[in-house]
Design a binder for this molecule. Structure first.
Ligand SMILES: *[C@@H]1O[C@H](CO)[C@@H](O)[C@H](O)[C@H]1NC(C)=O
Ligand SMILES: *[C@@H]1O[C@H](CO)[C@@H](O)[C@H](O)[C@H]1NC(C)=O
Ligand SMILES: *[C@@H]1O[C@H](CO)[C@@H](O)[C@H](O)[C@H]1NC(C)=O
Length: 384
């Protein structure tokens, strides 16, 4: 035993005899004290006001605080009704691995989390943080779950998710719905092999689902209800993501057809495509899937409505030929649909060619003779 070890040994013995001694790392203690002082209603924490103010690790440790070797490893204050700001030096809690601040009224600027290398779980969702610093995600190399949903972050101009998040290679869940993200969906999300759940609903995303998502292991993909026109491009990549269980793409401007290999998503439970610009025929293998939810409303889907196996299915406001599932289209309608398929279903035609009789109703570009036979002579005009 060298002198230092003897001192440590004496200190520990002293602590065991006298429970009033301090075991908390002084920097960690200072940050917890600042955390408390930043609140308007600190009494809700039930943290002591007496002489061991600066000893959150105790023993006994303060309520909602967990420590290991005198370092703060967890703060769990979900849903306590706390109001106030976080100390800007919050990232000095370098041993923090699990943080639960969700469902309070924390406001002001989020401190940077830069350098919180042990942090695995961070729940900051359902608060009132209004600014996220650009280096927030730097060095979060242990991160598994990050929830930022429902914070008015950088509301005026919006913000983009910095590429530094791609260094969080163990990331499993990332959720940031209703948090003012603008621009395109970052490419790197498709390359994070551990990512299970990506929830980015109610933002201002635009552009396509990146090609990097081909074959990704995602189970949950929520990109629904983007403000403005929303996301664009086709959804073909979905057919390659065979682990998907929930796909919510509603409220965007996705185009093209439902991929024909959708049936290979054998774990899929929910598919919501409501309110896009999708065209084409419903793939037969989609009808055969035992989904819990299938929402196809408000698109420009054509052809027959199949008999669906899904338990909850809706498909109104499309361009189907019949209104009753299982009924086939008339032969001349099928011929016209084949023709449209070869043109990739131009949206001006796909939006109008509905029903089972091309000679009634406004089938743009079509004319019929007196015998009710379709004359094909105006397509050039309709395509223009
Ligand atoms: C946080 O909200 C309180 C009201 O609850 C307000 O007084 C305070 O100015 C806000 N702080 C910031 C930094 O926005
Ligand atoms: C959020 O806004 C602040 C202040 O306007 C800015 O400094 C910061 O870089 C923005 N955050 C991101 C991630 O862009
Ligand atoms: C990860 O996300 C899934 C789906 O959103 C959720 O069920 C699960 O509880 C999350 N895991 C953690 C540890 O937060």
């Amino acid at each position: 035993m060298d002198a230092n070890e003897i001192i440590v040994c004496i200190a520990i013995t002293f602590c065991l005899i006298n429970m009033g001694c301090s075991t908390t790392d002084p920097k960690d203690a200072k940050i917890l004290s600042d955390f408390k002082n930043g609140l308007q209603n600190p009494e809700l924490l039930k943290w002591p006001n007496n002489g061991n103010e600066y000893d959150p690790c105790g023993p006994p440790s303060w309520p909602h605080v967990f420590c290991s070797n005198g370092r703060v490893t967890q703060i769990q204050v979900a849903n306590l009704g706390l109001k106030g700001t976080l100390p800007q030096s919050f990232n000095h809690l370098t041993m923090l691995y699990n943080l639960g601040l969700q469902k309070n009224q924390f406001n002001g600027t989020l401190p940077t989390f830069s350098g919180l290398t042990e942090l695995q779980f961070a729940y900051l969702n359902f608060n009132e943080f209004d600014t996220i610093p650009s280096d927030f995600f730097h060095g979060l190399r242990s991160l598994r779950v990050l929830a930022l949903d429902d914070n008015p972050l950088n509301a005026t101009n919006g913000w983009s998710i910095p590429d530094e998040l791609q260094d969080s290679v163990q990331l499993m869940n990332f959720s940031c719905s209703s948090c003012n993200i603008v621009g395109s969906l970052p490419d790197f999300f498709g390359k994070l092999s551990s990512l299970n759940s990506l929830v980015l609903s109610y933002n201002r995303l635009s552009g396509a689902i990146p090609a990097s998502f081909y074959g990704s292991n995602l189970q949950i993909l929520w990109l629904n209800d983007q403000d403005g026109d929303g996301m664009t491009g086709n959804i073909g990549v979905i057919g390659s993501m065979v682990s998907l269980t929930e796909v919510w793409l509603h409220g965007n401007s996705f185009t093209g057809s439902i991929p024909n290999n959708i049936g290979s998503l054998t774990s899929l439970k929910e598919l919501n495509l409501n309110g896009n610009l999708l065209v084409g025929i419903i793939p037969p293998n989609l009808a055969a899937m035992a989904l819990q939810l299938l929402d196809l409303n408000n698109n420009m889907l054509m052809g027959p409505i199949p008999k669906f196996r899904a338990s909850d299915v809706t498909f109104s406001s499309n361009s189907f030929c019949r209104t009753t599932p299982g009924l086939q289209c008339a032969p001349e309608v099928n011929a016209l649909l084949d023709f449209l398929r070869d043109l990739n279903y131009p949206s001006n035609l796909a939006s109008q060619w509905s029903g089972n009789d091309p000679c009634t109703g406004p089938w743009l570009g079509l004319s019929c003779n007196l015998k009710g036979e379709v004359l094909y002579y105006k397509f050039a005009e309709a395509k223009a």
